[in-house]
Design a protein around this ligand. Structure first.
Ligand SMILES: [Zn+2]
Length: 313
């Protein structure tokens, strides 16, 4: 019976989706997040964030050989997992200079609504080296954003093995630290019907075990979706906010979800509160919280799978 109600709702929702582009209607029934199933392998996740934030990648600044090394690592992983890879080179002007950068894209076609895309994003660049800092000059960017990048890799692997109903496009974005350039270029050149952007930027540590989701303010169906999740079913604290109404810093324009938002695409940005190591050489692997990080990635993966099962019908 419950299933029947859901199907009816979904049918209604799909009609609404067709008539209202750039809006997202979700089944508002409580989600069933089964937390026990571990979809993501923790050792792989940790190995990836450790490599991407290691000193040998020298802070992965856009345009450097080490940024290219990070790019190759991502491409090799996609190829190894039998995922298609498209490189999206672009250039932009900044400080009277032309910079070159490259986004990395892989697509998993949906089994039922291949024309609808959920775009999962994380930037893989960081700020590089600051030679004026004497002792440790490498900005490793473990939390910002080797964390989101490694999560994106394992999520792509997960959905390759568990094909979604809608299509997924995973984009490891370049040049976020130079003004969200990769995301701007991707959105400007995009011709696909993107129904939702999930952006991850800084998801691996928080002293209060808390992850924020910014963006539900603009998409009420997503707000009720998260509010309906039983708190006790998740081993982390999930808070909605930082979207301009709660007196906290607004994160609406703070990362790669901003260009999606500006073009009318619903978004969810997952991130932690700023910490003392934010944009410092001390944002290192040794300071991430592996358990928290793993729980967050598992939670986002489940959320994605659940949302995918509920849209477009
Ligand atoms: Zn970042």
């Amino acid at each position: 019976m419950k299933t029947q109600i859901i199907s009816t709702l979904i049918l209604l929702i799909s009609t609404t989706l067709l008539s209202q582009q750039n809006s997202l209607e979700l089944n508002p029934l409580p989600s069933s997040i089964e937390y026990a199933a571990q979809t993501i392998q923790k050792p792989q996740l940790i190995e990836k964030i450790k490599y991407l934030s290691s000193d040998q990648l020298k802070g992965r600044k856009t345009g450097t050989a080490e940024n290219k090394k990070a790019r190759n690592y991502i491409v090799d992983f996609f190829i190894e997992k039998d995922l298609d890879v498209t490189l999206q080179p672009f250039q932009f002007e900044r400080d009277n200079k032309t910079h070159k950068a490259v986004n990395i894209i892989t697509i998993i076609e949906g089994t039922e609504n291949p024309e609808n895309f959920i775009a999962v994003t994380a930037h893989f660049d960081h700020v590089g080296i600051d030679k004026s800092v004497e002792r440790d000059s490498i900005y490793n960017g473990a939390d910002d954003n080797a964390s989101g990048t490694s999560a994106l890799l394992l999520m792509a692997k997960y959905f390759k093995l568990n094909p979604p109903k809608n299509s997924f496009i995973f984009i490891a974005l370049d040049a976020e630290e130079m003004g969200l350039q990769g995301a701007k270029y991707f959105v400007e050149s995009n011709k696909r019907n993107i129904v939702l952007n999930i952006n991850m930027d800084m998801i691996s540590r928080n002293k209060n075990n808390e992850i924020y989701i910014c963006g539900t303010r603009f998409t009420p169906s997503l707000k009720s979706y998260f509010e309906a999740i039983p708190v006790e079913s998740i081993p982390i604290k999930v808070s909605l906010g930082h979207d301009g109404l709660d007196g906290k810093d607004s994160w609406v324009n703070s990362s790669d979800h901003a260009p999606f938002h500006k073009s009318g695409i619903p978004f969810l940005y997952f991130g932690v509160e700023d910490h003392p190591d934010y944009h410092k050489p001390t944002d290192e692997f040794s300071r991430i919280d592996p358990d928290f990080y793993f729980n967050v990635v598992n939670f986002i993966t489940h959320t994605l799978a659940d949302i995918d099962s509920k849209i477009g019908y």
